[in-house]
Design a protein around this ligand. Structure first.
Ligand code: IPM
Ligand code: MN
Length: 355
């Protein structure tokens, strides 16, 4: 008997359930081919559930999720729920409560996929962003005074702890070493203006770097990173940055790798339970239409397999996705794929079995 894994599944809102279904089809095919079993426990959390019950994320669910081997998430966000409620109450709460302090976002252009960058190909676009996922502007520090008056004051502080920053940087160096490509790590900051926060980041970065003499270090300000990601994406191997900058540059990354249809991410607690998600959101206008691209969810499944130690299953999924992109699916945009959501899943399942 092969191993068994207990996977918590949160399909969530909008197109989340559709893409999660395809992700699971592909995961099951990969698990069967590699001789292990994935058991799923479904959690019906998200906007619909909140509107029906007023409940966002019960403590009991968090307690159960702590026992899971991994979490597979569709999308959180509902057009009828005020922005911030589900994002903070569910997605960010999970990231924080489970101390998923790394947000890992590969930016990889596969052969056959169109990028908006002229004269750039798969050999130029292949890097990973390691985004700090537990602090920074996302920590929720700050407050508001005299709200709604002419004297209103709003303060939102970026929290950067030496421990939090250092563990993120250390993860990025380890990841870079194991990835074993250019062996180059770029710190993305803003040392010329955010002279408290990024002074801490910079010192931690160069101190940790001493333990990794095999890895080349580089630094760029976040605005310049945006420029270089468009002009010279081939310079990058691993980029490490804080929560807010990481959020912003990974949407840019998603675009240069072919769009939200293929962009996946992992919220990782290297010592605990991690959570994998397509990064594109709930896409409410496409809900239930079977036009959304499930590849981002499928690639999130691949990241999950790599993280739980089933690298062969991960490689199988990646190769199947590559083959489908090379041979079948020419446009990744919702409604333009020439296949339904579930047909894309079926196609990739077939390749997972036969590669
Ligand atoms: C992401 C999203 C989230 C974030 C939102 C939905 C809270 O944009 O995962 O990048 O800002 O982290
Ligand atoms: Mn984002």
């Amino acid at each position: 008997m092969g191993k068994r894994y207990n996977i918590a599944v949160m399909p969530g809102d909008g197109t989340g359930p559709e893409v999660v279904e395809e992700g699971i089809k592909v995961l099951d095919a990969a698990a069967a081919a590699e001789g292990f079993v994935l058991d799923y426990t479904y959690y019906d959390m998200g906007g619909e559930h909140y509107m029906k019950t007023g409940e966002i994320l019960p403590d009991q669910v968090v307690t159960e999720l702590r026992q899971a081997d991994s979490i597979f998430l569709g999308a959180i966000g509902h057009p009828d729920v005020k922005p911030g409620i589900l994002e903070k109450g569910l997605l960010l709460k999970l990231r924080f409560d489970l101390d998923q302090y790394i947000n890992l976002r590969p930016v990889k252009l596969y052969e056959g996929v169109k990028t908006p960058l002229a004269n750039k190909g798969p050999e130029d676009i292949d890097f990973v962003v390691v985004r700090e996922n537990s602090e920074g502007l996302y920590a929720g520090a700050g407050g508001v005074l005299k709200r709604g008056t002419a004297d209103e004051v709003a303060v939102q502080e970026s929290i950067n702890t030496r421990k939090g920053v250092e563990r993120c940087i250390r993860y990025a160096f380890e990841y870079c070493r194991q990835r074993n490509r250019k062996k180059k790590i770029t710190l993305c900051g803003k040392t010329n203006v955010l002279t408290f926060a990024f002074d801490l980041w910079e010192r931690a970065f160069y101190e940790v770097a001493k333990e990794y003499p095999d890895i080349e270090t580089d630094y760029a300000h976040v605005d310049a990173i945006c420029m270089w990601m468009v002009k010279n994406p081939e310079w990058f191997d691993v980029i490490v940055t804080d929560n807010m900058f990481g959020d912003i540059i990974t949407d840019l990354g998603a675009m240069i790798q072919g769009g939200m249809g293929i962009a996946a991410g992992g919220n990782i607690n290297p010592e605990g339970v991690s959570m994998f998600e397509p990064i594109g959101g709930s896409a409410p206008r496409y809900t239930g239409k079977q036009v959304i691209n499930p590849m981002a969810a499928i690639c999130a499944g691949q990241l999950m397999m790599e993280t739980i130690g089933e690298e062969k299953a991960g490689a199988r999924i990646e190769n199947a996705v590559k083959k489908a992109l090379k041979e079948d699916i020419k446009d990744l945009a919702a409604g333009k794929m020439g296949y339904t959501t579930s047909e894309v899943g079926d196609l990739i399942v077939a390749y997972v079995k036969n590669l």
